[in-house]
Ligand binder design. Structure first.
Ligand code: NOJ
Ligand code: CA
Length: 713
């Protein structure tokens, strides 16, 4: 199917409202408002500097904040004049290949200001877009004589909040990439020391500035929630936010090893800097701003991209510790064991079986230094009979989900990319999970033009471009990608719908290998929807049923390590399938832990591709209730989760279709249950609901609730 047919453009009107071709100087103010008028962005021009500020409901939420770029050939910071400006309105509805909602409305007002240096030698545009859910802007360096290749040395983009609000953040420039629990402090209190005190003792000396990753979320006294992020991170390095002990933050680009921030070519559009705004925190998760600021789908044919669910030969390594990735008596990816997984997956209608440890390279210290043995990406381990397995999977109408752990040996992976994805295509593999484990901070090996080894950051331009290369190569072979240890989500799934999911946050795996004092806390997944998950899928890998006494001391020593206990309940694990969006979701536990458990039915039923999503309630770090309508039926699903506190949440069944009666299957914790008391006990009952009915969701500490609503025929 052609792209054009995929995009159902309901209406497009592109209206030139105003063009000013005047030489503006001094304090000229330019302004753009969201279509509903609730948000506005004002541009200031003083002493050769350009600033922007943002207001919500006529209250300023971002104070005058400086804009500008410094390069090795020219600076556009304090020598700027405004040449012209132009305003446009745009409205279109487009259809997602898959998603948390089928149709996405892109309705925004745009302000383009054309700038030049005072001496007229250099040109730059700043394009602002005001949506109802936030503001985006980017720098554009147009084609101009003498500007071909240049290096960006600094991007002067400030985010000066008007209030020193509570904020939720993870550190940048830190060894675990994005895989940290969130700290919650005032903006002015952000510091690595504070993080260590509150969340985790950060290892190693500080080698980067005091900065946090995006999305970075704050909530004001009046309830307005703001997330700073970026969209369409292309040919650039990723943005972090530098903290300086005040309520002001500043863009800090992850540098190359030589200190240059971005190696650029003109003409250049930077990624969009975004300020996502909700009247309440519950408005943040459903923002579509990031998607709307990405380019439309570039793939001609997307029929091969299939949402779905997978199981995997994985938890027995990372969770229960009974198997190994590498060779030896406990090697997990042995043909016979893989066939058992295929049988189980096929019996219950799963789409895929992930197999880790299927290839060569796991035997020599592959983890976590970037220095291990080279992995082979089209060379099966001798105990993994690829041909037999591919044929067996094919006969059972199930797909193997491939796995490419690179250990961040980037050159080794790039050399094999084409052959690796050709292997996938030959063997019916249509989804690959990639991985980039390296626990050094600035530790990604790059061989430079002179053959010397340089060490790069995980989130600098070198890696941004590597991740894109993998995605584009995978698309050529009709393979979708789920990236672990990725670059953050900036909405690229719109342009490349084979970018189906990624990790990029602390996932379930930490509950597997981390003991109880440092595992994910019960509030972790009540923070994620308002931070990392804003407009972005995640491969969290929910669905662990055996929550206590699941981990062996070692594959050789099959005695239980009692230091491990997942801070969740079966009901909360089910709710995660609704709360945490992913088009490709894993049922992460071992098959034997699902067999005979009636709660497994919810995992079998819950879809991964949605017509519509609503957030019924939510407070950052406390609770959230999400409802979604299946894209392929009239069923609705509800997921509700709480932090370490028990609570009652009154909800109204406003989302159900009027005039219909629904059978609801409720999966809930016992009221005296919770993550510590009775995590593996679940109550399942059936009730009827219709539109407008009231219902009280009762959640014990660390618990959750999941409901399937099916209309009566
Ligand atoms: C870390 C990933 O997050 C995990 O899912 C994977 O199993 C290991 N790396 C090995 O690749
Ligand atoms: Ca990981």
């Amino acid at each position: 199917m052609k792209v054009k047919q995929r995009y159902l453009i309901i209406s497009v009107y592109y209206l030139l409202l105003l063009t000013i071709f005047a030489s503006c100087s001094g304090n000229d103010q330019l302004q753009v408002s969201s279509p509903d008028g609730s948000l506005s962005c004002e541009i200031g021009h003083n002493n050769g500097m350009i600033t922007y500020s943002v207001s919500k409901n006529n209250k300023m939420i971002i104070d005058a904040s400086t804009l500008g770029l410094k390069t090795d050939q020219f600076d556009l910071v304090d020598n700027i004049k405004i040449i012209s400006s132009e305003k446009n309105t745009f409205k279109e509805t487009w259809t997602q290949v898959w998603g948390e909602q089928k149709e996405v409305l892109d309705h925004h007002n745009e302000l383009l200001i054309e700038l030049s240096s005072n001496d007229n030698m250099r040109m730059m545009n700043v394009r602002f877009r005001a949506f109802n859910d936030g503001i985006g802007f980017r720098y554009e360096i147009p084609q101009q004589e003498g500007v071909d290749s240049f290096n960006i040395l600094d991007e002067i983009t400030e985010f000066n909040f008007t209030e020193d609000s509570p904020s939720w953040w993870i550190p940048a420039y830190a060894y675990r990439r994005y895989e940290f629990l969130y700290a919650n402090t005032l903006i002015s209190e952000i510091s690595r020391d504070k993080f260590s005190e509150l969340v985790e003792n950060l290892n190693g000396p500080r080698i980067g500035p005091e900065a946090v990753q995006t999305p970075f979320t704050v909530q004001r006294e009046d309830g307005i929630a703001i997330a700073i992020h970026e969209a369409d991170l292309t040919n650039y390095s990723s943005m972090t936010l530098k903290a300086n002990g005040t309520k002001n933050m500043e863009c800090d680009l992850m540098p190359w090893s030589d200190g240059i921030k971005v190696k650029a070519k003109g003409p250049l559009n930077t990624p969009w800097r975004t300020i996502i705004v909700g009247e309440t925190a519950a408005e943040l998760p459903l923002s579509t701003l990031t998607l709307n600021l990405n380019e439309p789908n570039k793939l001609d044919n997307t029929d091969w991209i299939k949402p779905g669910k997978y199981i995997g030969l994985w938890w027995e390594m990372i969770g229960t510790n009974q198997s190994t990735w590498g060779s030896g008596p406990h090697h997990g990816a042995k043909t016979e064991r893989v066939l058992e997984y295929i049988d189980f997956g096929a019996k219950y209608g799963f789409d895929g079986v992930l197999v880790e440890g299927w290839n060569t390279g796991w035997d020599e210290n592959w983890c976590c230094t970037g220095e291990g043995e080279n992995f082979g990406f089209y060379e099966p381990h001798p105990e993994f009979d690829n041909e037999l397995i591919a044929e067996y999977a094919w006969k059972n109408a199930i797909r193997i989900v491939g796995h490419h752990e690179t250990g961040t040996q980037i050159a080794n992976y790039e050399e094999q990319l084409d052959s690796a994805f050709a292997y996938c295509k030959r063997n019916g593999i249509r989804v690959v999970k990639t991985g980039y484990v390296n626990d050094g901070s600035q530790n990604i090996k790059r061989i430079d033009e002179n053959g010397n080894i340089q060490k790069e950051w995980h989130h600098g331009q070198y890696m941004v471009e590597h991740f894109r290369k993998v995605l584009e190569t995978a698309a050529k072979y009709e393979v979708s990608i789920v990236v672990h240890e990725p670059i953050k989500d900036t909405g690229l799934r719109r342009t490349y719908p084979n970018m189906v999911s990624r990790e990029g946050a602390r996932g379930q795996e930490f509950n597997g290998f981390m003991p109880i004092d440092v595992h994910n806390k019960p509030d972790h997944t009540t923070i994620l929807p308002f931070t990392r998950l804003i407009c972005a899928p995640m491969d969290y890998t929910p669905g662990i049923f055996n929550l206590k006494d699941y981990r062996y001391n070692s594959p050789d020593d099959r005695t239980i390590n009692t230091n491990h206990h997942i801070p969740s309940t079966i009901a909360k694990e089910l709710a995660h399938y609704v709360v945490i969006y992913a088009p490709i979701q894993m049922a992460a536990d071992l098959p034997e832990n699902y067999k005979g458990n009636p709660a497994f039915q919810f995992i079998l039923d819950v879809p991964t591709d949605w017509e519509e999503t609503q957030i019924l309630n939510g407070e950052i770090g406390k609770y959230i209730t999400t409802v979604r309508k299946d894209r392929n039926s009239d069923d609705w699903y509800l997921g509700s989760i709480t932090n370490e506190n028990a609570r009652k949440l009154d909800v109204q069944m406003s989302f159900l279709e009027s005039g219909k009666e629904y059978n609801a299957t409720i999966y809930k914790d016992p009221v005296d249950g919770g993550w510590e008391a009775k995590p593996e006990e679940i109550i399942i009952n059936n009730v009827q609901f219709k539109q407008g009915d009231q219902y009280t969701i009762e959640l014990p500490p660390g618990g959750g609730q999941a409901i399937r609503f099916t209309p009566q025929s």
